[in-house]
Design a protein around this ligand. Structure first.
Ligand code: URA
Length: 245
């Protein structure tokens, strides 16, 4: 069944002003629905099937939004918090009315790829423990990461609460007093990467998520920046949730 909404509500949600201002715009004849000038700002329209124009500009209406954020440090992966700034606070005005929420969590001091959407089904599929969606991280670690750590990660690590993780892939980029590594995990336990390194006697100094399923972080996004996924990226997320990165 098609869902209609008041024209002024649709336009207000898109940031075209207050209902009063929109009423005036309709009176001025600058709002068109399916090519015909609207004569009532309270008219009911199905925004999914009708073309709504304001001043000749067609509204890019979509029910769901899929955003990629390069989450900065210092904000929490939530939509509301009394103490801290949240990732939702960082969203530009044009995306606010979609009420997107973060798909999973990154710690307050973790940076990198965070998907935000209002598509509950996709979020559920990406987060389902049964799906084993791989997540790739860059981790700067205090201590010299070695081949024994690689083997331990491959076998699965017993965490501080006794849980044994699924096999994880650890790659050493540079070993030394501080080591640069990449880690691929197939689950999303609380502080998982940090606790895996702790279990082998090392401490994560900096953590950044680089990839989730088939979706890679866009390197041109500065921390705090956000953009919509391309159709291709959305496909890579929907179709390639499982398997190797
Ligand atoms: N593992 C962690 O320890 N922290 C994160 O934010 C993500 C994965």
């Amino acid at each position: 069944m098609r869902k209609t909404q008041r024209l002024d509500k649709i336009l207000a949600n898109f940031g075209f002003g207050t209902r009063k201002e929109i009423k005036q715009a309709v009176k001025n004849g600058i709002v068109r629905v399916d090519g015909v000038a609207a004569n009532d700002s309270g008219m009911h329209v199905d925004p999914e099937s009708s073309a709504i124009e304001v001043n000749g500009e067609v509204l890019n209406y979509r029910k769901y939004i899929y955003l990629m954020m390069n989450k900065p440090q210092g904000v929490i992966s939530a939509t509301f918090d009394l103490k801290h700034r949240t990732v939702a606070d960082l969203l530009p005005e044009e995306y606010r009315h979609f009420e997107a929420f973060p798909v999973g969590r990154l710690d307050i001091d973790t940076e990198g790829l965070l998907i935000m959407t209002n598509d509950g089904q996709l979020a559920h599929e990406l987060l389902s423990p049964k799906r084993h969606v791989p997540k790739r991280y860059y981790a700067l670690v205090e201590g010299c990461v070695n081949d024994m750590d690689i083997s331990a990660f491959k076998c699965g690590i017993i965490l501080d609460d006794g849980y044994k993780t699924l096999p994880a892939e650890l790659t050493i980029i540079k070993a030394g007093e501080y080591s640069e590594t990449e880690v691929v995990i197939m689950e999303g336990k609380f502080h998982q990467v940090k606790r895996m390194f702790e279990a082998v006697g090392k401490r994560v100094k900096f953590l950044k998520r680089l990839q989730m399923g088939g979706l890679k972080l866009d390197n041109s996004l500065a921390p705090g920046q956000v953009r919509e996924l391309t159709a291709q990226e959305l496909n890579s997320l929907k179709n390639k949730q499982e398997g190797a990165l």
